[in-house]
Design a protein around this ligand. Structure first.
Ligand code: ZN
Length: 122
């Protein structure tokens, strides 16, 4: 296991965002389980490890973002913490959708929990 220090910025950005994505996937599952109505709470999936912003979006918006393994939910302005490893693909009132690019994009694609799931179901 390599130490965190030797990781590149792209890797740090990718792993941090992927961790938030996994947390949001659990929230999404719970929302289904509890048959929650209305907007879904989701953690900001930016590269700042201390960020605790909770965003709200419709289940449909969430699913649209999750359909792309490189897409993440960010609070406005938080994409800057990714140090150039993201580009904004959509802007909404409450949040922006960012796409991980380059090496960071490749890593998050490998870390996509939904990709693992579909591989298991094959
Ligand atoms: Zn954030």
């Amino acid at each position: 296991m390599e130490s965190v220090k030797t990781r590149t910025t792209a890797e740090r950005v990718a792993y941090n965002d992927a961790a938030f994505r996994e947390a949001n996937e659990s929230i999404r599952e719970k929302a289904d389980e509890w048959q929650m109505q209305g907007l879904l709470p989701a953690l900001c999936e930016c590269a700042d490890t201390s960020c605790r912003v909770v965003l709200r979006l419709t289940p449909r918006q969430y699913e649209d973002i999750r359909a792309n393994p490189r897409w993440f939910i960010n609070a406005h302005g938080h994409h800057r913490s990714a140090k150039g490893w993201v580009r904004i693909v959509a802007e909404h009132d409450r949040f922006v959708v960012v796409e991980k690019i380059g090496e960071a994009g490749e890593i998050v694609e490998q870390l996509d929990p939904r990709a693992e799931e579909s591989a298991r179901n094959r």
